[in-house]
Design a protein around this ligand. Structure first.
Ligand code: HEM
Length: 117
């Protein structure tokens, strides 16, 4: 897809998600949720998921979004903090604003599967 190409394909997405993970790890608003997380797996899974969601050739092999986030009691403001972390990462990678907005729109749809569970 055009969005997959605009993100730099598999390598671009892996690199973008690495920056995203670093932003999360430095964010005291959300870090408590990630204290016992296998960050290497999280990076691999989020990259694979994004690659599939944007129309790339990947197949997401991770857990269902509702199941994995249930019991975390993720708030709207924590969700928004994660979105901010992604925007920061996308800015670092100098992605066009239209590309950023397309990815944000796709991820925003997961709000209901993640917040308040
Ligand atoms: C658009 C929003 C989000 C997406 C697309 C997303 C996606 C994912 C994916 C793909 C995984 C990996 C699942 C696996 O390992 O099989 C995951 C795990 C996780 N997510 Fe999210 N997530 C989102 C928002 C959030 C938010 C807002 C938080 C907390 C503030 C959060 C906390 C976690 C944690 C802690 C894990 C690791 C669970 C574990 O390994 O035990 N996520 N998420």
């Amino acid at each position: 897809s055009d969005l997959y190409r605009a993100l730099g394909e598999k390598q671009g997405i892996d690199d973008l998600m690495a920056s995203f993970v670093l932003e999360i790890a430095a964010d005291e608003r959300v870090i408590e949720h990630f204290e016992n997380v296998d960050i290497e797996r999280f990076h691999r899974m989020i990259s694979q998921h994004v690659c599939e969601l944007v129309g790339g050739p990947c197949v997401y092999e991770g857990a269902n979004m509702i199941e994995v986030h249930t019991g975390m009691n993720i708030t709207r403001s924590e969700f928004n903090a994660i979105v901010e972390n992604l925007i920061t990462a996308m800015e670092q990678h100098q992605l066009a604003v239209s590309t950023q907005n397309q990815l944000l729109a796709i991820l925003a749809e997961f709000h209901g599967e993640i917040v308040g569970r």
